[in-house]
Design a protein around this ligand. Structure first.
Ligand code: ZN
Length: 495
């Protein structure tokens, strides 16, 4: 038996000014053939689960491509075509099963539905091929995706720490389908709702109740997989937002009923998915008054893990103005500042113009760097391996990295975008996060994977950037309407 295993992942923030070209994928990782297998086997990724499953039955494995890029703007046509062509050509050369590790929110210059378009192409080449698909919790699920694969599942955790398990679960369903032990049927329900990412943590309500409902559903006989997707709202495409999908064995009624029940439960709790923004000066003032350390501060509107430029200085500027002392920041993207610090050398005192280099036309934000005086504390190559629960075993590359220390604030400055979801972002440059008073993280929920056990308290800092929760600032043109919470009188129907 020949099993095709491939990974193609991108969460496209259509409001992000960061271009998504071939280099963007190279920065995080793009590998072909046996190298793809070598890099991702023995990791916590769905692809690793697929590889283990295929090996356990002695199948021949082909891995045409494994590619992921940090979230950013619309994927360039040429890049999208090269990625999808490599998978389609491998399908064309012949395989018995395809196990795909996708994200489910890819928008390219040629299609708003990157994954659905890929799956449709694969279906055209090989109409009866059993296809398993894993998607991120932030998948914007489309009809085309569901209609063109055998069984689809999403992560049940945010931070995403169950990627391997869901890969194993859905991969097994499709292996059993190939052996004619199962006949999967799937139903999708789309909710007219954009949730706020800050309310999507799967350990908190309302999301926890929906994940519990999915797990309960999977206890039922014939339910092979049940998923609630929080969705990725920062995408101006018709299908952005929350959805559910349920896979059953030969039982379309059960799939329909279960997917609708879970979607209805989400709809009932829609108000709880709304994050109320506050005033940044007030939030930093509150941080000053806390006394149980470390305090985690989230610069959540500039999260590069969802397409942020990671160089918006609004929150750091406010901290400097309020004289906050004992802060470690992860991380500011500024390759130019790193080069300057490399030239100066460790220990050198200098004044730098940090961050604020990227213009953000979607929010009419002009570049606004921050002048700081301090010392170059550390220089590193920015490479380290994850030991924490998310992306376990994966090698991280932050590019040339420096720590700039103002005496009150230590800032990790990176040359490649990196969301701080693991303590390695600090420990790799000699900062012990548990010893700091404040940890300012440019993250929203994923920081919990590595930092939840360290922080005594967490505060949101409403700065600026393309991962804003102020959806009313974003100019949605293609999104289906009406949609909650942008519109009034929105209704949800069984679909
Ligand atoms: Zn995600």
């Amino acid at each position: 038996m020949k099993i095709l295993i491939a990974m193609m992942k991108h969460e496209t923030n259509t409001f992000s000014p960061i271009p998504t070209n071939w280099k963007r994928f190279e920065d995080w990782g793009i590998h072909f053939g046996s190298k793809a297998l070598e890099v991702y086997q023995h990791t916590g990724m769905p692809m690793a689960a697929y590889i283990d499953l295929a090996k356990s039955i002695g199948a021949e494995i082909i891995t045409p491509v494994a590619a992921e890029a940090m979230p950013s703007g619309v994927v360039h046509a040429e890049t999208y075509n090269r990625l999808t062509d490599s998978i389609c050509e491998a399908v064309n050369s012949g395989c018995d099963i395809a196990l795909l590790d996708l994200h489910g929110a890819m928008v390219s210059e040629t299609t708003d539905d990157g994954e659905g378009t890929l799956l449709e192409k694969i279906r055209t080449i090989s109409p009866n091929l059993p296809i398993a698909v894993t998607c991120d919790f932030h998948c914007n699920l489309t009809h085309k995706m569901v209609d063109n694969c055998t069984a689809l599942i999403g992560y049940k955790t945010y931070p995403h720490v169950d990627m391997y398990q869901v890969g194993k679960q859905i991969g097994q369903v499709v292996l059993d389908t190939y052996e004619e032990k199962l006949i999967p049927v799937m139903t999708r329900q789309q909710l007219p709702m954009l949730t706020h990412t800050l309310k999507q943590g799967t350990d908190d309500q309302p999301t926890k109740s929906l994940i519990d409902a999915c797990r309960q559903a999977e206890q039922q006989e014939d339910v092979l997989a049940a998923t609630f997707f929080g969705g990725f709202p920062l995408a101006d495409m018709p299908d952005a937002g929350a959805s559910t999908v349920v896979v059953t064995n030969q039982n379309p009624d059960l799939a329909q009923r279960t997917s609708f029940d879970i979607a209805s439960l989400a709809w009932k709790q829609r108000k709880q998915f709304v994050y109320q923004c506050g005033s940044l000066p007030e939030q930093v003032k509150i941080a000053r008054e806390l006394s149980s350390y470390p305090v985690i501060l989230l610069d959540h509107e500039d999260n590069c893990g969802s397409g942020g430029t990671q160089d918006v200085m609004a929150v750091i500027r406010e901290m400097v103005e309020q004289n906050l002392d004992g802060v470690a920041v992860a991380a500011v993207y500024d390759p130019g500042a790193v080069t300057e610090m490399q030239k100066a050398g460790v220990g050198k005192e200098m004044t730098i113009t940090l961050g604020g280099k990227t213009e953000i036309p979607s929010l009419q934000l002009k570049p606004k760097p921050l002048e700081l005086t301090g010392k170059v504390k550390v220089l590193s190559d920015g490479k380290w391996t994850v030991h924490g629960p998310m992306y376990t075993g994966v090698k991280v590359d932050m590019g040339p990295t420096a720590v700039f220390d103002t005496g009150k604030i230590k800032i990790v400055v990176v040359s490649l975008h990196h969301e701080p979801w693991d303590v390695g972002v600090f420990t790799s440059v000699g900062i012990l996060p548990e010893k700091e008073k404040y940890l300012l993280l440019k993250s929203r929920i994923h920081y919990r994977a590595g930092f939840e056990g360290i922080g005594k308290q967490t505060l949101h800092c409403d700065g600026e950037g393309v991962t804003t929760s102020r959806y009313e600032l974003l100019d949605f043109k293609k999104l289906r309407r009406p949609i909650y919470p942008l519109d009034h009188n929105v209704e949800f129907h069984n679909n």
